[in-house]
Design a protein around this ligand. Structure first.
Ligand code: BV8
Ligand code: ZN
Length: 245
């Protein structure tokens, strides 16, 4: 990882840190990304499945997709990239993790102050009474998961065209604006409004570090673009900047 002494000094002085993560940070745990070549699901695009109309048209298919992803996520573990961010929360008093991911891996890795912009795949919401449950009893083949009130359950995630939880989003905007150091990690930075967070940080004078295996639409505007795997770069960066051995 190429980083010069001046940048190391600058990063070390920062006190208010925010990190935005996307599917890329979970790739090394074996969770497929959305737009990667392996894609998440045979022939469908996430946008076709992760939306309310698709769900109402074919709830079985959408539940099949989410159950497939939940099975996957139950098997996987956080990787060194997740653990590095958990360590960062312990090193920096004013640290906030903002994630677009719904895979719960940051919580498993030990982060506590987490803003889940797009919800959490392990939680379900009732279409009728709005009750959130985190477990579904056994369902007969071809049956759909239902709430005890009889209402249809949906995954408690934010679909395309749906509002993000307003309190969570407001906090995410605030910490991005107030930050003096902002990380954009493993996200293609295309999905709004999450993708505006690095730009807001940049506008407010934060030092913005992007970590991604590929350049993205924001790579040439950030203060430092570190190309590579977050599971490798993050531990190395922490070593260089904060564990001055
Ligand atoms: C909203 C939860 C409006 C569900 C997700 C046209 C039509 C309709 C809508 C829109 C439109 N134009 C814009 C919109 C808005 C839309 C949007 O932004 N669309 C995009 C596609 C153009 N946004 C919305 O609809 C949002 N809501 O705007 O509401 C509104 C306003 C007022 C009133 C009512 C409504 C809702 C967006 C949330 C959608 N839900 N997920 C689920 O997960 O099933 S989005 C989904 O994409 C995931 O959350 C994911 O996190 C997110 C972003 O993707 P990434 O995380 O970036 O993942 P991706 O695969 O793209 O990239 C991975 C990156 O990692 C790559 O860059 C890769 O290079 C890198 N990488 C890979 N391996 C590694 C790595 N990096 C480091 N290390 C590695 N090892
Ligand atoms: Zn209900």
């Amino acid at each position: 990882m190429k980083i010069n002494e001046t940048d190391i000094e600058k990063i070390r002085e920062c006190k208010k840190v925010a990190a935005l993560t996307g599917a890329g940070i979970s790739a090394e745990s074996g969770v497929p990304t959305f737009r990667g070549e392996e894609g998440l699901w045979k022939k469908y695009q996430p946008e076709e499945l992760a939306n309310f109309d698709a769900f109402m048209k074919n709830p079985e298919l959408v539940w099949e997709w989410y159950n497939y992803r939940k099975e996957l996520i139950r098997e996987v573990k956080p990787n060194p990239g997740h653990y590095a961010l958990a360590e960062l929360e312990n090193i920096i008093p004013d640290f906030t993790l903002i994630t677009q991911n719904v895979d719960d891996l940051h919580r498993k890795a030990g982060n506590r102050s987490i803003l889940e912009l797009h919800g959490n795949i392990m939680k379900n919401k009732c279409l009728d009474c709005g009750k959130i449950t985190d477990s579904i009893g056994p369902i007969e083949k071809g049956e759909l998961p239902r709430c005890e009130c009889g209402g249809l359950l949906r995954p408690d995630v934010v679909w395309f065209g749906e509002m993000l939880p307003q309190d969570v989003l407001k906090k995410a905007f605030n910490v991005s604006e107030q930050s003096d150091l902002f990380f954009s990690i493993g996200t293609s930075a295309v999905v709004q409004p999450a993708a505006s967070l690095p730009l807001i940080a940049e506008e407010n004078g934060s030092f913005v570090i992007e970590i991604n295996t590929e350049p993205t639409v924001i790579s040439d505007t950030v203060s430092l673009f570190l190309q590579g795997k977050s599971g490798e770069i993050l531990p190395e960066l922490i070593e260089k900047v904060w564990h001055v051995s």
